[in-house]
Design a protein around this ligand. Structure first.
Ligand code: SAM
Ligand code: SF4
Length: 443
């Protein structure tokens, strides 16, 4: 195929969008489009957007605005917006941003070649934002064409049925469906044959994998099957919902060597009443019980979490419950967010009289406490030899490689490029806020 056309793509948001963007690259390659790094070099400009928080939506619109002068200078440019904002706002976006040509929702990524062709021929506008039925979606799970990477995401399920009261995901991604395990294993084997060493199984709630699919294995069985694939050195998964974390899955951290000793287990809040309002389906005691079981099954496991500060009605006492939970669990890392009301979600309608400044002050206070905990957690590695899966040459400069420990921490160290794709022993010499420095241990 002659690749004489060019496209530029920006991706926002979670791993789901990363996988959708990989699919976009494959699909556009199939109609002769080559990806370029600079928007001004492209004939087709695409944004794959996130709607989880208002900040992400504003960022997407900001980046879209940057495309306008390019379109003014060259009206033949085609500009498209896809992903969760496209799904939520739909065709309205075409009216709001007259220089936008194409809107494609989360269930319509596969139609991109057809939509782009249509615009090229007709020079009109196009939108595809309908939700697809279950059978069609099952046929359309992305299967990537090729890979030179060491680590890859594999989608095991799409959508979400949990309806946490703050979350827009069920609205923009639709109902939950699990991909057949036979297809997942097929993709894992293909990727392993191409040199992929680490697989991250992704979905909004991987713990409920297989629910509602007759004769399907559960997630713990799926992990065991993926672990049996030759060539795969490491497995990760995300995201786990605490209400569905089974004892069997917990036991996998002890029983499956290839499973990395890290679990991202979003708690959102340490307060029972806020968790109830969030419709999370578990309380603080249940969550802490899970942490205890995980640490008993696998003492070296490190945990990370998501926290929302400033949920409607959060009192100082509720916030304090979150603070004490952080002290109790001692997460290696937290991803924290100020509550952002999302249209169509239950919590957007909840009364909320806490001033923004109070929420911000709580948020800042929490980060001070957590930063000290994280620093201590990562400092444990200094002086120790850790296995690192080498992912590539580091941004730090010549002769530097980077990889990750089992806890998903980036380690930079000097070594020859032949080590890419191998698990090597590295002595950690320094721990920074977001990465570590190390020295290769030679036999
Ligand atoms: N499925 C995952 C789960 O259940 O934890 C998370 C999906 S969501 C894309 C990632 C994180 O964004 C959530 O865990 C939550 O902390 C945060 N989030 C979602 N909606 C939010 C909102 N309206 N305001 C602030 N943070 C939000
Ligand atoms: Fe959103 Fe809750 Fe589903 Fe996670 S489990 S995607 S937070 S609704």
């Amino acid at each position: 195929m002659k690749m004489d056309k060019t496209f530029y793509l920006e991706t926002f948001g979670c791993q789901m969008n990363v996988v959708d963007s990989e699919r976009i690259v494959d699909l556009l390659g199939g109609i002769g489009y080559r990806q370029v790094e600079q928007a001004r070099e492209a004939q087709l400009l695409l944004l794959n957007t996130c709607a989880v928080r208002d900040k992400a939506v504003r960022k997407a619109y900001g980046h879209l605005g940057r495309f306008k002068p390019l379109k003014d200078a060259d009206p033949s440019l085609v500009i498209g917006l896809g992903g969760c904002v496209a799904q939520q706002e739909g065709e309205e976006l075409l009216r709001e941003f007259p220089y936008l040509d194409l809107v494609f929702g989360t269930h319509n990524v596969h139609r991109l070649p057809e939509l782009v062709n249509e615009i090229e021929v007709r020079r009109g506008k196009a939108a595809a934002i309908d939700f697809l039925d279950r059978e069609t979606r099952l046929q359309l799970f992305p299967n990537r064409i090729g890979s030179e990477a060491v680590t890859r995401f594999i989608t095991v399920m799409q959508g979400c049925d949990n309806f946490c009261s703050f979350c827009v995901v069920p609205i923009v991604r639709g109902r939950e469906i699990s991909r057949p395990s036979i297809d997942i294993l097929g993709e894992v084997r293909d990727l392993a044959a191409q040199g992929v060493r680490e697989i991250t199984l992704i979905g909004q709630n991987v713990n409920s994998f297989g629910v509602g699919a007759e004769g399907e294995v559960d997630f713990a069985d799926l992990l065991r099957q993926v672990a049996a694939v030759e060539g795969i050195a490491r497995i990760r998964f995300t995201t786990s919902h605490p209400k569905d974390l089974s004892d069997e899955l917990i036991a996998c951290f002890a029983g499956i060597d290839k499973l990395c000793k890290h679990l991202h287990l979003p708690v959102q809040s340490g307060s029972d009443s806020i968790l109830r309002e969030m419709n999370r389906g578990y309380g603080r005691a249940h969550y802490l019980g899970l942490v205890e079981k995980l640490r008993k099954a696998c003492p070296e496991i490190r945990l990370t979490t998501d926290i929302i500060v400033g949920f409607p009605g959060e009192t100082e006492a509720d916030f304090n419950d979150t603070m004490t939970l952080l002290e109790e669990v001692r997460y290696a890392e937290i991803y924290s967010f100020l509550f952002s009301p999302r249209r169509g979600t239950a919590a957007a309608e909840f009364p909320d009289d806490t001033p923004a400044a109070v929420k911000q002050e709580r948020f800042d206070r929490m980060l001070v406490v957590q930063n000290a905990i994280s620093k201590q957690a990562w400092a444990q590695d200094v002086g120790q030899v850790r296995d690192v899966l080498v992912e590539g040459e580091s941004k730090q400069g010549k002769g530097q490689l980077f990889g990750r420990t089992t806890w998903n921490r980036i380690v930079n160290f000097s070594g020859p490029p032949e080590l890419v794709g191998r698990v090597v022993p590295v002595r950690v010499t320094k721990s920074y806020r977001n990465s570590q420095l190390g020295e290769l241990v030679k036999d």
